[in-house]
Design a protein around this ligand. Structure first.
Ligand code: AGP
Length: 612
């Protein structure tokens, strides 16, 4: 969703803001703007469309007057209230033009506030909910920006991350958040704010993840933190392990293909931290707090959205198989409104790459209220999810910049397997079975490398198929779950109509859509069901669909049935999704590129969906 940056220091700010916004482009946006405070006062420039439009607009002005200044705020907007336009772009100002605000989130009571402000003589310029904030801050401004913000916050309902500056209060930026992420970076003689860490890494790796309703006041030489009542508080910074290079393309054409290639390392890192090698290898989750007390659970409920939900569906199969425990995988946006039935003995497993997805957080909070214990799987250490869960297991994937999730997904799976196996162990899984699974998990990174080494085969296949108007993925058991993720990847970045279905459902409806314009990819990694899959492939072939199969490298079962067979290294049936998804990620990537699209920034999508 929207991206926020802010800088206060000794450097010229406009280029820093633009660079920071570029680092946040992956979040998704449709317009951009900056506000710089300098000797000419507050100067605002905004532009609809890509950041380059804004860059072109300000090109001649840099170093030449109005945009000179060593503090400012910037924003990339993902439109919610009001169409993408110059006027609706942020920053927004109050009537006097002295207070500028950038905002990520939704002010739910903006309509009421607008009426109230209009009754007090304010006239509005934009259609946004954000503009009310600028006017409100002005309403409460009596010479102290911090107090004005505190006054305005009392009136706001909804979610917000805010960066606010004021011409009459020229040496500080006020930042505050509620339900939308905001990170403060502490530099030397300069301080910054951003929606996400990649925008800060060039300047500092010391960060503060703002807490809900916490206010940060950034001066050039210090940062102060306050609660909503204006009481000052002390905070400890965190050191970010990623360096600036982790957020660069590193020679790859796109972040997505880089991140696909980073999977072996990410899987290795995520696994290695949790395996105890003394004597027989065992899984060690005690450090994160997963001890024997968790074995008393009566049910596991997994809640997540999108790709993370697909990891949850695989989790359902894995928990039931390894730990023989009743497990549900819930779409968070459905779950939160369903008046679900709780049991305080449930384990709640919440999966979210960003740790900031609005529906996922709402589901987590609902579960928490019921007394259930929460385990979070997330890639962002200081995220809201990580802070509010009882136990946090990090996917050690490094920053994922591309909107389409790849390495976050496979590392989420690694975490899910580790928790499911450990719960299985606590509930009676024997040593031999556990050892076989650990051994198989340890092979996965190298096996993933082997799949990536054969990527040209997928590229070639994509060059023949990328114009197919319909692509279906089908599979059974774990392969059905992998199909869901494969179809999502393809539709997200290539805009191809793609769907996934449980292969057994083929005859119950989907086959009506199959014709010569269709590609059907069958995921076949569950040997006990090969004959069923073979029949399904023959059924779609008989309707003139092109067919591809993904199966193990020692299987020739489908060679005569399918038009094309892609092979992945042999692993345990239950672990196959980590490998089988890789050819599908590659296929989606190549189709996107062949269609002339930018796989990193698909239309209409945002990396982190922080509003409903
Ligand atoms: C993945 O490719 C998607 N962009 C999307 O489905 C994503 O997984 C979903 O929005 C959940 O995000 P989260 O993991 O940050 O909660």
């Amino acid at each position: 969703m929207c991206g926020i940056v802010g800088y206060i220091g000794a450097e010229e700010t406009a280029p820093i803001l633009i660079k920071g916004l570029k680092r946040l482009e992956y979040r998704g946006y449709d317009s951009a703007g900056i506000a710089v405070l300098g000797s000419a006062g507050l100067t605002i420039r905004k532009s609809k469309g890509a950041l380059k439009n804004l860059e072109e607009k300000i090109e001649g002005e840099l170093g030449a007057g109005a945009l000179d200044g060593t503090m400012g705020i910037g924003h990339t907007r993902w439109a919610t209230h009001g169409e993408p336009s110059d006027i609706n772009s942020h920053p927004h100002t109050d009537v006097s033009g002295k207070i500028a605000v950038v905002h990520n989130g939704i002010i739910e009571n903006h309509a009421k506030l607008k009426v109230w402000l209009m009754e007090h003589g304010v006239s509005f310029r934009s259609e946004t909910d954000t503009e009310v904030i600028a006017h409100l801050v002005n309403f409460y401004y009596k010479g102290d920006l911090l107090q004005a913000v505190i006054g305005a916050l009392k009136r706001l309902e909804g979610s917000y991350a805010l960066g606010i500056i004021c011409e009459n209060d020229p040496d500080r930026i006020i930042a505050v958040r509620k339900e939308s992420p905001l990170v403060v970076g502490a530099g030397k003689g300069e301080n910054l704010i951003a929606s996400d860490v990649p925008a800060l890494l060039e300047y500092t790796r010391e960060v503060y993840y703002l807490e809900d309703r916490e206010i940060a006041v950034l001066y050039r030489d210090r940062i102060e933190f306050y609660n909503e009542e204006g009481e000052q508080r002390q905070r400890e910074s965190r050191h970010v392990e990623w360096d600036a290079a982790a957020a660069e393309k590193g020679g790859y054409e796109h972040f997505m293909i880089k991140e696909i290639h980073e999977q072996p390392k990410a899987l290795r890192d995520t696994l290695r931290a949790r395996i105890k090698i003394a004597g027989t290898k065992t899984i060690n989750l005690e450090e994160i707090g997963f001890d024997a007390s968790w074995a008393k659970a009566e049910r596991v409920v997994i809640a997540a959205c999108g790709t993370a939900w697909h990891a949850g569906v695989i989790g359902k199969y894995a928990f039931e198989k390894f730990a023989r425990i009743h497990t549900e995988a819930e779409i968070a946006s459905e779950y939160r409104y369903r008046n679900p039935i709780f049991n305080p003995k449930d384990i709640f497993l919440i999966i979210s790459q960003s740790g900031e997805t609005a529906d996922t957080l709402a589901a987590m909070r609902l579960a928490k209220k019921s007394g259930a214990r929460i385990i979070a799987i997330t890639n962002v250490v200081g995220s809201t999810l990580a802070r509010e869960a009882d136990l946090v297991m990090s996917t050690l994937a490094g920053p994922e910049i591309a909107v389409a999730s790849t390495k976050a997904f496979t590392t989420q799976l690694m975490c899910v397997y580790l928790i499911a196996l450990q719960l299985g162990r606590l509930r009676g899984m024997n040593d031999t079975e556990l050892a076989a699974h650990i051994e198989a998990l340890e092979k996965l990174p190298e096996q993933a490398e082997r799949i990536l080494a054969g990527k040209e085969d997928i590229q070639r296949f994509a060059s023949l198929q990328f114009n197919k108007s319909k692509v279906f993925y089908m599979g059974r058991l774990f392969d059905y779950a992998t199909s869901l993720e494969s179809a999502l990847k393809l539709k997200e970045i290539s805009y191809t109509h793609s769907e996934a279905f449980a292969a057994g459902e083929l005859k119950h409806g989907p086959i009506a859509l199959v014709d010569e314009t269709t590609l059907v990819t069958a995921l076949c990694t569950q040997p006990a069901l090969f004959d069923k899959m073979d029949s399904n492939i023959k059924e779609v072939k008989a309707r003139h669909a092109a067919t591809a199969v993904i199966t193990y490298d020692d299987v020739d079962y489908f060679d005569k049935t399918a038009d094309q067979v892609f092979r992945i290294p042999r692993t345990l049936d239950s672990l196959s999704p980590i490998l089988a998804i890789i050819p599908c990620q590659l296929y989606a990537y190549y189709c996107s590129v062949l269609r002339g699209l930018d796989p990193d920034k698909p239309r209409n999508l945002a990396k982190s969906v922080t509003v409903e």
